[in-house]
Write a protein that binds this ligand. Structure first.
Ligand code: MTE
Ligand code: MO
Length: 383
């Protein structure tokens, strides 16, 4: 594998792995704006960044359980109606480093910033599938039934030098309301190489691993994709499962991400001057459910206050769809009096009433995914 032609990256990123390049911004960068600039958007790769030189010849092949397979060139995709969808992408491994402090887990270490919120511009997958005779669907069944597989141009060692791939249910792919995109723009600009140039999938509300970058082919298949990242990774196991007794086939690939909430205005540990302290961060949930509430405690969880939430503040790209913010995070903010050293905690509730687990120990899993435990910051009050 050749890492000699990687794109330039912002020097402020914290690099968790150089080859493949995995990096996240400082947590303070995430609350500087509702839409995360692509420079400060986490980068999660499993191999070298591919190079697509001749954009006129670049095409996506749609094949599998379709009458006739079809080649789609960029021009064909741009001819379809263009949608801008604001969607939060979160790696299932976000906050993994904190999970490994309880017990070691396997995987790239991430602090709290393997997440970002962008405005993705492109064609709806439902419109693309219609071109090969697949009718639009209006209900989503999460498991069982046909799947739509996305195959990338990149090469990774987990696939023994083959391409990264993943799939989602056809019922989601062909449902225009699910807002699954083939995106060629990020935040109003041409998608850059790190984020999937020239074309990537965006599956809103689902863990980042299913949003395949550098798309090469779309296959309609009878059941879910058998690739490494669907079958041998990104599955949630109970705390009793270890590397000696693991049976990957007993669990389903993770799809929706659960409710998550992180304080970004303070590092852990922070020193503050006694008095008013601003506490802000992000909260997000999967499946388009939306955040109902963010609770903040400044006394280690004895008492709670509700934070204020906002979206959209700095959106410049007006979305066609008034409902599209449902895939996006909310930023929250509250000012509290902090007079003594203490533990600050944030936790969110989504519109289905889902809450976050109190302790990371209770959700420990050997791959270190989905750490959505209450986010805690130790603060020392000092003059
Ligand atoms: N697509 C390809 N082709 N190769 C990859 O390594 N990584 C996935 C997904 N799509 C990956 C991919 C994972 S695990 C995540 S979290 C997101 O892309 C990260 O997207 P980003 O780098 O644009 O933030
Ligand atoms: Mo990921």
């Amino acid at each position: 594998s050749d890492y000699s032609q990687e794109p330039p990256r912002h020097p402020s990123l914290q690099i968790n792995s150089k080859e493949p390049f995995n990096a996240e911004p400082k947590r303070s960068a995430l609350i500087a704006s509702y839409v995360t600039p692509s420079d400060f958007f986490y980068k999660r790769n499993h191999g070298p960044i591919p190079i697509v030189e001749d954009i006129d010849r670049y095409c996506v092949v749609i094949a599998g359980l379709v009458g006739q397979s079809k080649q789609l060139f960029m021009n064909d995709i741009r001819k379809l109606p263009k949608y801008n969808v604001t969607a939060t992408l979160q790696c299932a491994g976000n906050r993994r480093t904190a999970m490994s402090k309880t017990r070691t887990v396997k995987g790239v270490g991430w602090d709290v910033s393997a997440i970002g919120n962008a405005v993705w511009g492109g064609a709806k997958l439902a419109d693309v599938l219609e071109l090969v005779g697949i009718p639009k669907l209006t209900s989503v069944t999460q498991f069982g039934g046909k799947h739509v597989e996305f195959v990338s141009i990149d090469r990774c060692k987990e696939e023994n030098g083959g391409p990264y791939k993943a799939s989602i249910p056809l019922s989601q792919a062909a449902n225009p309301e699910a807002d699954v995109l083939l995106a060629y723009e990020m935040n109003g600009e041409t998608l850059n190489r790190d984020h999937g140039y020239p074309l990537r999938v965006i599956v809103p509300g689902v863990i980042g691993a299913r949003s395949v970058k550098w798309l090469e082919a779309i296959n309609i298949i009878a059941e879910e994709c058998q690739g490494f990242f669907m079958q041998k990774d990104y599955k949630m196991f109970p705390p009793s499962v270890n590397w000696d007794n693991i049976d990957w086939s007993t669990r389903r690939p993770q799809m929706d991400f659960p409710v998550q909430c992180v304080i970004c205005s303070l590092e852990d540990v922070s020193t503050v001057k006694p008095g008013k302290v601003k506490i802000s961060g992000y909260a997000a949930t999967g499946g388009g459910r939306g955040i109902e509430r963010v609770d903040v405690s400044v006394d280690g969880g004895k008492t709670w206050m509700e934070a204020s939430r906002f979206q959209k503040k700095d959106i410049h790209y007006i979305s066609d769809d008034p409902n599209s913010e449902k895939w996006a995070w909310v930023l929250f903010e509250i000012t509290a009096d902090i007079l003594h050293s203490t533990e600050i905690i944030a936790k969110a509730v989504d519109s289905a009433g889902n809450v976050q687990p109190e302790k990371v120990e209770d959700i420990w899993n050997l791959r270190g995914i989905l750490n959505t435990s209450w986010h805690r910051i130790q603060v020392q009050a000092s003059h």
